[in-house]
Design a protein around this ligand. Sequence first.
Ligand code: SF4
Length: 70
Amino acid sequence: MSQELYIDPKRCQGHARCWSIAPETFGIDEEGFAYVLPGREGAYDEESAQKAIKNCPERAIKVRDVEVGK
Ligand code: SF4
């Protein structure tokens, strides 16, 4: 079992606060909503990602368990 960052699309309102805090981890799509940059799903324990999680007003940034090796 491993963990990864993800954005809950039902919650994200597109403030881009996550991107302004941690642009190395989050991107903003053409409609203004956030996504986790490819290859950065495992960055949940980095300080900037944790700060983004705490500062998302919609609580849209989550860490979920993923099964590896399947
Ligand atoms: S701060 Fe939260 S609501 Fe705003 S764009 Fe990022 S994930 Fe979406």
